[in-house]
Every structure is written in structure tokens, then in C-alpha cells.
Design a protein around this ligand. Structure first.
Ligand SMILES: Cc1cc2nc3c(=O)[nH]c(=O)nc-3n(C[C@H](O)[C@H](O)[C@H](O)COP(=O)(O)OP(=O)(O)OC[C@H]3O[C@@H](n4cnc5c(N)ncnc54)[C@H](O)[C@@H]3O)c2cc1C
Length: 437
């Protein structure tokens, strides 16, 4: 049971973004209660995350918050400001190598946005790609195909066009632990967490939210409720009755990530980089034990597995696991495809343009940090701060829908408009319409 029957704010969900939101609200002096139906912080989709930290997206605001976020991962101890009996996460700054393709406009737009936010990068000639991706086959393979399509594994051109290396990027070793670290940070500011309890109803009084009903029948009151329910976000929005007032919606999408040994003779664990390749529409990163995590960049030839009930989906590996590894083997010819599938099957919470919604709603006091589209782990610390600023402004009477709140990114010394993440925005047509965002 929670210690009190009423709070200043209830946060539904204790994944990495929910925990960061609780932390920042508690730091502002609000008495918060985070509720999660799972047993621990970060147990939901956060635990399946590849936890890649990179700065390239299709919108300036997305690049800016990602680069701002990088500073927090790099200096995690300072961000959380506490110890954790489970230890703190480790951030590995490997840098990120991204292949230039027509699909990503040869990274011209991305580099222009990096210039605007002051984020360093270097162009990499084709002949130098193998220095960062050992033994890489640099021939062109696009468009991405399925292994049983004609021409799979056959080059379509003599070489890709080159790449860009972003020195400020990498990955976090344990995403679930990061949520726990932030839980401890939030608790140090008085935040409370309640696990193994589901929110089954969002309570309203006239035109405002006034609390939640839990699955054990208890009612907890609060003038502010924040939906950070990950792939369950559309269910919570429906409970609050706010889904009709949104231009952008959220939907759960099943995804598989493969975990395979690095090719023999390659020390990918210590020398590998975060790698994104829209020529084969695949990404990867190093993993402990000299392994590689391989994920998909959602090519059109793959059928999307939308999930209506996030509590009930097939979490066993399918043929897609093989597809991922075979696609990566085009670039890494010595990659061995193990007989037994290992990795992760989890859900993204996807919007139409694969950008998140960090916003208020049409219901007074009800807010959402949702639609994280498989690409917002890295932004969690900034998302927490943006949500706290947005909630503070709106609760003080600011009309965010008419006059979007401006948010200052301290490390970049730059302001952005939070209208970029509005539920009322038009679909971002510059989006990659993939996990790249
Ligand atoms: C396979 C995979 C790979 C990814 N890789 C990356 C990556 O490399 N880099 C990156 O930046 N992002 C990545 N992401 C995305 C990133 O992990 C997510 O955006 C982020 O973890 C979302 O955090 P969250 O706190 O919003 O949601 P979650 O971690 O899903 O937390 C939501 C919580 O809400 C709880 N909840 C739901 N409904 C209720 C209810 N009714 N009552 C109580 N509790 C409820 C759930 O139990 C859950 O714990 C990846 C995601 C996946 C699935």
C-alpha cells in the first residue's frame, strides 16, 4: 500500500522515462507516487532496450534533446546524485558509425543539424570504414530484402557512399538498472514507488483528472496524473478518455533483437562501435562476452507486427531473428549464425512519425510521455526534465497548446519548443518512419 491516499502527482509506469519524470517532479518539491504493475523499476520495455545513445534523428529538436541527454549518460553519477545498492550503470562511449545512403539523404540533413546543435562528427571514406567495422564488406546491397527474395546477399553496387562517425555516442550496459538508479535518486527527494499494482481506471472530477483506481480497489487521489505506460500508453489514454483529442496516436509494435557472437578474430566488445546501416536497414552494437546486438531499421519488405493487447503477445523468436542476422552478415561476412536464437523480443510504443509525444492532454491535469517509438531510452533524463517543466507551466495556467512551452537545454545552452512533441502536431514528413525517428 502507498504511504498516503493522496499525492501531488501520480506517475503511471516506472520504466526509465517514468522514473526520470518522477525524479524531476520530486526535485521540484512535488510529493509523487509512481505506480507500476510489474515488480521492479525498468521491468517493462526498458529492460529489452538496446540502450543505444546516439544523436542523429530527422528533426532538430530530437537531435538536440539526444545530444543534451548524452551529457547525462556520460556523467551519470552526477545526474543521479546517489548510490544504489545494486550499483550504477556503465555508459560505454564507443562512438557511432552511420552509413550514408539515399535513404538517409547521404546524412546531409543530419550533419546540418549537428552543426546547429554543436555536436561533432567526421566524414569517413569508404576505404576507412573497415577501420571501425573490422572486415566490413562495403558493397552496396540496398534496397533491403528478405533472405528468400531474389537477389538477397547479391551486391547492387560496388560500394556504399561512405559514412559519418559521431564520437559522442555509445550504449548503456544495463537499461533496467538505469531505471532503478533513477528510482533511488527520486526516492532521495521523497518520491514513492508502488509495484505489483495496476491502474485500472483514471478518475475524473468535472473537467479534471483527480486520481486513479488500482486493481485492488484502492483509490489514490492526485491533481496531476502522468501516463508513462510504454506500450500500454494507448490503453491508459483510452481510460482517461483523451485519445479523441490527439492528432498523433500510439500503438504497440513487436520487435526482435538478435544477440550473437562476434565473428572470430574480431574484438567487437572492446573495439566495436554503435553501427547504423540503412543500406541493409540494420543496426548493431557491442555486447559483453564479445557479442553483438542486432536490430532492424524497419525496411518496407518486413511485415509490421502491430499488437492490440500488450499483455498478450508472442515473446518467442520467429524467422525474423534469422533475417536480422543474415542481413548483418552481408556487411560482416564472417558472422556465424548460431543454431539457437538468443536476444530480446519486446514492444515499441510507436507513433505515426516515430517521434514521441511529451505533452498535456485535453483533460486538465492529465499528461503523457508516450509514443517513444523504440528510440527514446537515450532521452529519458531530458524527457523527465521536459515533462516536469511542462507540468509546472500548465498547472500554473500556461496554455501550452496555443503557445508551446520553451525548454532550455543546459548543456547545449539552447532553447527548443516543446510543441515539437505535441499530440496535436502534424506528422513529421521528414521522419525516417523507422526506429531511427
Ligand atoms: C527491443 C527494443 C530496443 C530498443 N532500443 C533502444 C535503443 O537502443 N536506444 C533508445 O534510445 N531506445 C531504445 N528503445 C526504446 C526505449 O527502450 C523506450 O523508449 C523506453 O525504454 C521507454 O521507457 P518508458 O518508461 O516510457 O516505458 P516502459 O519501460 O515500457 O515502462 C512502462 C511501464 O508502465 C507500466 N504499466 C503499463 N500499464 C500499467 C498500468 N495499467 N498500471 C501500472 N503500470 C503500468 C509497465 O509495467 C511498464 O513498466 C528500445 C525499445 C525496445 C523494445
Amino acid at each position: 500500500m502507498p504511504a498516503h491516499s493522496s499525492y501531488d502527482a501520480i506517475i503511471i509506469g516506472a520504466g526509465v522515462i517514468g522514473a526520470c519524470t518522477a525524479y524531476e517532479l520530486a526535485r521540484k518539491g512535488l510529493r509523487t507516487l509512481s505506480i507500476d504493475k510489474l515488480p521492479e523499476a525498468g521491468y517493462g520495455s526498458t529492460s529489452g532496450s538496446c540502450a543505444i545513445i546516439r544523436t542523429y534523428y530527422s528533426a532538430l529538436e530530437s537531435c538536440a534533446i539526444a545530444y543534451e541527454g548524452w551529457h547525462y549518460w556520460k556523467d551519470w553519477q552526477n545526474y543521479v546524485g546517489v548510490t544504489d545498492e545494486k550499483g550504477l550503470i556503465k555508459y560505454h562511449n564507443t562512438g557511432c558509425l552511420v552509413i550514408k545512403t539515399e535513404h538517409n539523404h547521404h546524412l546531409d540533413r543530419v550533419c546540418a543539424m549537428m552543426d546547429r546543435i554543436g555536436c561533432p562528427y567526421e566524414h569517413v571514406a569508404v576505404s576507412d570504414i573497415a577501420q571501425r567495422m573490422p572486415n566490413a564488406d562495403t558493397r552496396q546491397y540496398e534496397p533491403a530484402k528478405r533472405p528468400d527474395d531474389e537477389g538477397f546477399g547479391q551486391p547492387t553496387g560496388p560500394s556504399v557512399e561512405g559514412a559519418v562517425f559521431f564520437p559522442n555516442g555509445g550504449y548503456v550496459n544495463d537499461p533496467k538498472l538505469s531505471a532503478h538508479n533513477v528510482q533511488r535518486a527520486a526516492e532521495a527527494h521523497g518520491a514513492e514507488f508502488l509495484f505489483n499494482r495496476a491502474v485500472v481506471e483514471v478518475l475524473k472530477s468535472s473537467d479534471r483528472v483527480c486520481g486513479v483506481l488500482l486493481d485492488d480497489g484502492s483509490r489514490i487521489e492526485a491533481p496531476v496524473v502522468v501516463n508513462v505506460a510504454g506500450p500500454h500508453s494507448s490503453k491508459i489514454n483510452a481510460m482517461a478518455g483523451v485519445d479523441g483529442g490527439m492528432n498523433i496516436s500510439t500503438r504497440a509494435l513487436r520487435h526482435e533483437v538478435a544477440h550473437v557472437p562476434a565473428p572470430k578474430g574480431v574484438d567487437f566488445e572492446n573495439e566495436g562501435v554503435v553501427y547504423s546501416d540503412s543500406d541493409i536497414q540494420t543496426y548493431c552494437r557491442p555486447e559483453i562476452g564479445n557479442h553483438i546486438l542486432i536490430g532492424s531499421e524497419d525496411p518496407e519488405c518486413d511485415v509490421k507486427e502491430w499488437i492490440d493487447d500488450p499483455d498478450n503477445f508472442d515473446d518467442s523468436f520467429s524467422e525474423q531473428w534469422n533475417v536480422l542476422v543474415m542481413r548483418m552478415a552481408q556487411r560482416m561476412p564472417d558472422l556465424h549464425i548460431p543454431g539457437k536464437a538468443r536476444g530480446v523480443v519486446a514492444l515499441y510504443d510507436v507513433t505515426e512519425d516515430w517521434m514521441p509525444i511529451y505533452d498535456r492532454s485535453d483533460l486538465g491535469g492529465f499528461y503523457m510521455a508516450v509514443g517513444t517509438s523504440g528510440n527514446q531510452y537515450k532521452n529519458a533524463p531530458v524527457a523527465g526534465k521536459m515533462m516536469a517543466a511542462l507540468i509546472e507551466a500548465c498547472e500554473n495556467g500556461h496554455d501550452h497548446d496555443r503557445d508551446p512551452v520553451r525548454f532550455h537545454l543546459d548543456h547545449l545552452d539552447m532553447d527548443i519548443s516543446l510543441g515539437a512533441f505535441s499530440r496535436l502536431r502534424e506528422i513529421n514528413q521528414d521522419s525516417s518512419f523507422s526506429v531511427i525517428g
